[in-house]
Design a protein around this ligand. Sequence first.
Ligand SMILES: [Fe+2]
Length: 364
Amino acid sequence: MIASRHSLRRTVALALPLSLALPLAACGSSGSGGSTSSNPAATADGTSSGSTAKPSGEITVYNAQHETLGKEWIDGFTKATGVKVNVRNGSDTEMANQIVAEGKASPADVFLTENSPSMTIVENKGLFAKVDANTLADVPQQYRPSTGMWTGIAARSTVFAYDKNKLKAGQLPASIMDLAKPEWKGRWGASPSGADFQAIVSAMLQLKGKDATLTWLKAMKTNAKPFKGNSTVMKAVNSGQIDGGVIYHYYYFGDQAKTGENSKNVSLDYFGKKDPGAFVSVSGGGVLKSSKNPTAAQAFLNYVVSKQGQEVLQNGSSYEYPVGSQVPANSKLKPLAQLDAPDVDPAKLNSPEVVTLMQDAGLL
Ligand SMILES: [Fe+2]
């Protein structure tokens, strides 16, 4: 993992301005970052895409989603279609920058992310092909950009993970903006270098504007303890190092489903009320315009949002929310419709500006 990801990062750093080439760690990637492949197991009837052409051959997926989730989708697709899938794993930002650096020569046929700002980076360079209409039809409009150049494939909720032994309901921040208040100095944490947290800031930027976001980030620099990775933030809450942390919901549910040892003292608070802290981040999937096998690439994306692909989210170990084919979330999760998330256009989340503001605030 280390060697290949560092070499990828070096490639990107040579090709792009520093502001775009910062090493923003994938919050959840923990296994190998190298290329692997999933061998065809069977040739079946294809996907439910309604495409006239049957997918065949092989494709390469640049996967910035959690590796285990990406693998579940890839293995399911290969089993259903016989299409061989090569996968390269990395973080949102480094993989987006890699695709931009490679341009039309990119070996990627499909790009999957954890958060949508990196989809926007690739879309803004004109590198995506339009997503097949039958795929878009599987995903409600609120979980995909109006341009149709990529689609949402999963969703995750921002939460305040807090130490339930220390804080009672009335002591929780009513808004994520409250974490800028002096009373929260030294008491909360986050993973500022991660694409997950930066997506939350990009939502704040869209909802509250540049000045309010920069003011909040400067207060965060004073008040918050930085950690690397959302799991580390949750562990710090669990061990009493901090009272609370801003993370995504699935880190808690994933730990609870295992031993719960990193979350036994933790509860989640959902900010709700359309607060920036109630931001629901859309993971994206898109097909590259330069794909040499667009039929199979489009079929893969169709599989991910199909009932079968979305049931991976409902029944698997990711604990992320399904967004397509009317598949309900895992019953352990607070239903998506009850989160009272703010209205954010995923196509307009501005990650380069977020990086600049976070640098200005001394967080990066
Ligand atoms: Fe994550």
